[in-house]
Design a protein around this ligand. Sequence first.
Ligand code: NI
Length: 200
Amino acid sequence: MQFLPAVQLPPSRVQFLPAVHLTQSNLTLLFSPVIKSLDDFRSHWAWESDITAKLIGGLTDASLAQAIVPGARTLGRLAWHLAQTIPEMMGSAGLHVTGVDPHAPTPATVAAIQSAYEAASASLLEQIAAQWTDATLSEERDMYGERWTVSQTLLALLLHQVHHRGQMTVLMRQAGLAVPGIYGPAKEEWAARECQKVCV
Ligand code: NI
């Protein structure tokens, strides 16, 4: 995949991007080079959580019922899943994150989902700062039946969010919503750029 030349990424993210495209099933190969310090994670998380909050904020209450297929996850469920995964996954790694109940049903409003996501995201950074050091990154935890380092777990949190955000953007199109550019401009943003060149 080619990345769009107009996208301005922090230097630390340039290092992050190639790992996303690795296809090895071996988690160690996929994860080990990326989160080398808590500052690495903070940098990635600041970018990714901003994008995610922006995407959730682009939903409408009516769109929350837009489903992948009948009976499958809805747009609202996916957004809520991203909020709930922060305390759920980090809890498995031994970090108590507040702001959203991992077991609560999907709220009926975008505002409730967005505020819970932002609260969990802020709590995540607070708890990391209070409880973890760079040395924690190499410690192993029992995660979903496997042994992952904390570094691997933090990258899994990031990639899991990217994965579901991609699903959300498709559902947003199906619901007739505008989609914001994430790693590059969205269709409308490309059109606006072209228009700046040729439309006078
Ligand atoms: Ni998931």
